[in-house]
Ligand binder design. Structure first.
Ligand code: FDA
Length: 305
């Protein structure tokens, strides 16, 4: 129940403004977010790459409600890609993009065009783009745009959420040669009609999806902090005879840092999801929803009670 309250609060602009202005809000956010802007995020990214990790940068943006906002997000990503190239961080760093931030809910065609422009900038910078997965009302549209983008930019990554009942079937469709697919549990509050609800059912779905991706011809990107699922992924990689460069692990910045180092030391490709930006509230609250044990502390830090 508390998880659902936190996920609902994650979508509130008003609470977001309150948290950002609270004295300890930015300090708490700093655990999961690499600063307010690219200048702050680049040195953090550089240090992670020097430690043997690879990256996916995410610009945290408020929900896009106007065409102007969507254009600003597109331009932010293009500028980011130029900075990553200039800093010598490509191809180690790629970027993750939310189509909703590019105006997908306002005008799908516009969001597609902005994503296309970002893919062109990524190619010029020598790297790739992954389209984040959002709530289930956007899944069909996101996959349609993904398939269209892949015609010119086949390296564009997909994200599939194991909690959705449809995902095992989507994995079958996406487990094709050259197809980069991030598999995660899923971070939104979804209804039972479309999503498994119990942790056990979600984990079982994750393993079924993992089997499809690891046995297929694509490039699986295993995005979880769950020790059991990481161990199963390592096992499946051995079982399906995948070399270390034929799949990767992905973990979030600031979460299970020792595990990131352990996996990298074991010869695995480990990509850290590195968000930056001032609109960190929803992102941080989703992380909190995954760790209910820290909820009390964060609530006191953000709201002062
Ligand atoms: P789960 O939440 O069950 O946690 C398993 C264990 O990991 C916990 O018991 C704890 O030990 C540890 N852990 C988890 N969270 C922690 C935290 N905040 N701090 C410390 N320890 C923690 N979702 C989505 O809907 N769309 C997307 O595009 C993405 N993209 C994405 C990229 C990457 C790289 C990752 C890692 C995750 C995502 N997600 C996502 C989020 C994902 O769907 C999911 O919500 C979180 O990863 C949490 O699920 P876990 O698999 O980590 O397991």
């Amino acid at each position: 129940m508390f998880r659902y309250l936190l996920l609902a609060a994650a979508g509130s602009d008003r609470l977001g403004r309150l948290a950002a202005s609270a004295p300890l809000g930015p300090k708490v956010a700093g655990r999961f977010v690499a600063g307010d802007d690219v200048d702050a995020a680049l040195p953090i990214g550089r240090a992670l790459v020097d430690d043997g990790l690879v990256l996916t940068f995410d610009h945290l943006a408020a929900e896009t409600r106007s065409v102007e906002q969507a254009v600003a997000v597109r331009d932010e990503y293009r500028a980011l890609l130029g900075r990553l190239k200039g800093a010598g961080l490509t191809p180690a760093a790629e970027i993750s993009v939310k189509l909703s931030a590019l105006g997908q809910r306002l005008d799908e065609k516009m969001a597609h065009e902005h994503a296309q422009a970002i893919c062109v900038a990524a190619a010029e910078a020598g790297t790739t783009v992954t389209l984040d997965a959002e709530d289930h009302t956007l899944t069909d549209s996101t996959l349609e745009i993904l398939f269209a983008l892949r015609k010119d930019h086949p390296g564009t990554g997909a994200v599939l959420q194991a909690y959705l009942r449809r995902t095992e079937s989507d994995c079958r469709e996406l487990a094709a040669a050259g197809s980069r697919v991030r598999l995660c549990k899923g971070a939104y509050a979804e209804p039972e009609s479309v999503a498994f609800q119990s942790p056990l059912d979600i984990d079982k779905s994750f393993v079924r999806c993992l089997n499809v991706l690891m046995s297929g011809a694509g490039y699986p990107m295993v995005a979880t902090h769950d020790p059991r699922l990481i161990a199963i992924a390592e096992d499946r990689a051995r079982w399906f005879d995948r070399a270390a460069e034929e799949y990767e692990f992905q973990l979030l910045y600031g979460v299970r840092v020792e595990e990131q180092a352990r996996l990298a030391a074991g010869g695995n490709v480990v990509r850290v999801y590195l968000p930056y930006g001032t609109d960190w509230y929803g992102y941080v609250l989703r992380r909190l929803a995954e760790r209910p044990g820290t909820a009390g502390g964060l609530r006191r830090a953000l709201l002062g009670r």
